[in-house]
Design a protein around this ligand. Structure first.
Ligand code: HEC
Length: 104
């Protein structure tokens, strides 16, 4: 618990960018990790740089659109917002940013 409080204050000190990353991680853990943490259902696994290389090369706009609206690619089916319709577009974008930052 102490550790979490320390982390929260570090993020608070690091300003808006830090907060955005923290928000993305939170959304990612709740809504995306089930597939992207393990590669379930053909999802590109977070941290698998080879699986992400060509996706990252498409640019963020395409990845955001695919994550928000859903898309069917060569390896499987990405549901719109990972199946969590309650997420805002910005939540999804932050989660994409988090995933991509771990996968370069
Ligand atoms: C039910 C499983 C599942 C969940 C939950 C899920 N994804 Fe995916 N996602 C996939 C699959 C499968 C693909 C690969 C589709 C393909 O390329 O064939 C994918 C691909 C992606 C891509 C790459 C898109 C591209 O253009 O190559 C992004 C970005 C992404 N997901 C973001 C997210 C985010 C953000 C969340 C959480 C809000 C999430 N996903 C939740 C299954 C999932």
């Amino acid at each position: 618990m102490k550790k979490m409080i320390a982390l929260a204050s570090v993020l608070a000190l690091s300003g808006a960018a830090g907060v955005a990353v923290a928000g993305g991680q939170d959304t990612y853990m709740k809504s995306c990790n089930a597939c992207h943490g393990t590669g379930a259902a053909g999802a590109p696994k977070t941290g698998d740089t080879a699986a992400w290389k060509d996706r990252i090369a498409q640019g963020n706009a395409t990845m955001y659109e695919h994550a928000i609206k859903g898309f069917k690619g060569k390896t499987g089916m990405m549901p719109p917002k990972g199946g969590f319709a309650n997420l805002s577009d910005d939540d999804v974008k932050a989660a994409v940013d988090y995933m991509v930052s771990k996968s370069k």
